[in-house]
Design a binder for this molecule. Structure first.
Ligand SMILES: [Zn+2]
Length: 84
């Protein structure tokens, strides 16, 4: 019985790590219950989405017309040829 409780607790910890990193909580809860402590290690190494990373957001801009990635200093979009 104690093993079942510990296994579910590991799943909850994996879900908590996933929530902190902006990932799907329910997916990681299921993975935590299925894989056990291994899922916590994997969740610890999963990177957050580049969209949420401030350093990645500074590395490029998004064209307001075609939504493609542009160099931060670009004056004209190389995809739709509009000035940004
Ligand atoms: Zn564009």
């Amino acid at each position: 019985m104690i093993y079942l409780f510990a296994w579910v607790a590991v799943g909850v910890c994996s879900a908590a790590i996933a929530a902190y990193k902006g990932r799907n909580i329910f997916l990681w809860l299921a993975l935590g219950v299925l894989l056990g402590p291994l899922s916590m290690i994997v969740a610890g190494f999963v990177l957050s989405d580049p969209k949420d990373d401030p350093a990645a957001a500074l590395a490029h801009r998004i064209c307001p017309y075609c939504s493609n990635r542009l160099h931060p200093s670009a004056k004209m979009c190389k995809f739709c040829k509009r000035f940004v």
